[in-house]
Design a protein around this ligand. Structure first.
Ligand SMILES: C[S@@+](CC[C@H](N)C(=O)[O-])C[C@H]1O[C@@H](n2cnc3c(N)ncnc32)[C@H](O)[C@@H]1O
Length: 403
């Protein structure tokens, strides 16, 4: 069974020197599409006055608005206690984390250092996990061996395959990706966060902080007291059938989350929306790892898109944002907004570019904090959109902003 670790991870990273923003859990490069209907043709709109967008300040604030990345606080009598508790999650046949008080969007719910980390397979084996465990305290070892093990039933191993021994099985079930070193990517087990169940409508996002070597878990939306706190282990844009297949093959369980438990008609609606979001992602996934190739692809994509615009059959980023809101999948917002920014940048529409990048920055602060590489890059582009390598590579045009 595949590890819980996503490749590469869970929260966004910005590829400096290129133009792509990679969404966290997704393997998709989301250079999508312009929702951006041109309202003037090239050359009609000479140097637009950036100050005309009143909702977009000329420059980003020095610090994000309240809420972003704040440690949890509430009206609870004991604010120093964690805003969560571990309790039985009967549907998952185990435990989960539950909010002990109301938590507002963007709040850091939990910040945790890994008990230990490991390299990626094949370097990671049962022996390397056992060696790391031998450096931990007895209490930590006891807690570790109490964690879920999705590989338990495979103990004897299928003919011709190696059995998954307990220490490794537990690691593969619970580990989260935490950064990259010179020798490659690493994953770690976090004793508290290992109790977070999966939801296809998650209310937590995780982001690894290289400086503190800790994982932060932030509320993606306002969470009510008593609500279960959940991450998404896999990409959740896709129909229930697609998600079920992925969770089964990667983690071996049938998802019991609220999105998967919807009744027939609601599920059909949800499936329709998620399929549309995925289509939007894929239709405009134009860029690979190689910046020059990416640039070429972006260019031909935009030219094609401009052509399609004139026939009125373009896809709208705004539509994607609306669908994400309806499905409560706001952690994908920053990717779409960054694409909106990039398409404006291509045609030197700096007014609308600023509006898009501001929205991308706000969304990114909520999911991964103001100090994440993506948030920093967005803020930098907000201050100076012309610094983007795609700036002005196509004839000038005026597109639309997000609002
Ligand atoms: C990382 S652990 C999460 C905490 C776990 N429930 C426990 O008791 O320790 C992952 C395991 O929890 C269960 N699980 C997590 N999310 C689930 C979901 N949405 N539906 C069903 N089971 C789930 C699966 O058995 C999975 O292998």
């Amino acid at each position: 069974m595949a590890t819980r670790v996503q490749s590469p991870p869970g929260r966004p990273s910005m590829r400096h020197g290129s133009s792509r923003y990679r969404h966290s859990r997704s393997s998709l490069y989301v250079a999508h599409t312009p929702s951006l209907e041109p309202i003037t043709t090239p050359d009609e709109d000479e140097d637009a006055d950036e100050s005309t967008v009143s909702s977009t300040p000329d420059s980003p604030p020095t610090s994000p608005s309240p809420g972003h990345g704040q440690e949890s606080s509430s009206s609870s009598t004991d604010e120093s206690s964690p805003p969560y508790k571990i309790a039985a999650a009967p549907l998952t046949d185990g435990v989960g984390l539950f909010a002990t008080r109301a938590i507002s969007k963007g709040t850091i719910v939990l910040c945790e250092a890994p008990m230990f980390t490991q390299p990626s397979p094949p370097t990671r084996t049962n022996s390397t996990v056992m060696a790391a465990l031998s450096q931990c305290t007895r209490d930590e070892q006891r807690q570790y061996f109490n964690l879920a093990n999705a590989h338990k039933s495979k103990g004897s191993g299928a003919p011709g395959t190696q059995p998954v021994l307990p220490a490794l099985g537990i690691f593969e079930t619970n580990a989260l990706p935490c950064g990259k070193t010179r020798s490659g990517r690493r994953a770690g087990v976090f004793l508290t966060a290992a109790r977070l169940n999966h939801s296809c409508r998650p209310n937590l996002a995780r982001s690894w902080d290289e400086t503190s070597q800790q994982m932060a878990f932030r509320a993606l939306r306002d969470v009510a007291e008593g609500e279960e706190l959940c991450l998404n282990y896999v990409d959740v844009i896709g129909t229930r059938a697609q998600r079920t297949e992925e969770l089964q093959s990667a983690y071996g369980f049938e998802c019991v989350c609220e999105a998967c438990a919807l009744g027939f008609e609601e599920l059909a609606e949800s499936d329709r929306r998620r399929a549309a979001i995925r289509r939007l992602f894929e239709e405009v996934a134009v860029c690979g790892n190689e910046p020059t190739l990416g640039l070429r692809k972006v260019r031909s994509f935009v030219i094609d898109w401009l052509r399609r615009c004139s026939r009125g059959s373009y896809v709208q980023v705004k539509l994607a944002l609306q669908l994400l809101k309806e499905e409560e999948l706001v952690h994908y917002e920053a990717s779409f907004c960054f694409d909106g920014f990039q398409f404006c940048i291509l045609v030197s529409d700096f007014v609308n570019a600023k509006a898009w990048i501001r929205k991308a920055w706000e969304a990114s602060c909520n999911t991964s904090g103001p100090d994440s590489p993506a948030s920093r890059a967005f803020k930098m582009y907000w201050a100076n959109p012309r610094a983007h390598e795609l700036a002005g590579v196509l004839p000038r045009a005026t597109l639309h902003g997000p609002d």
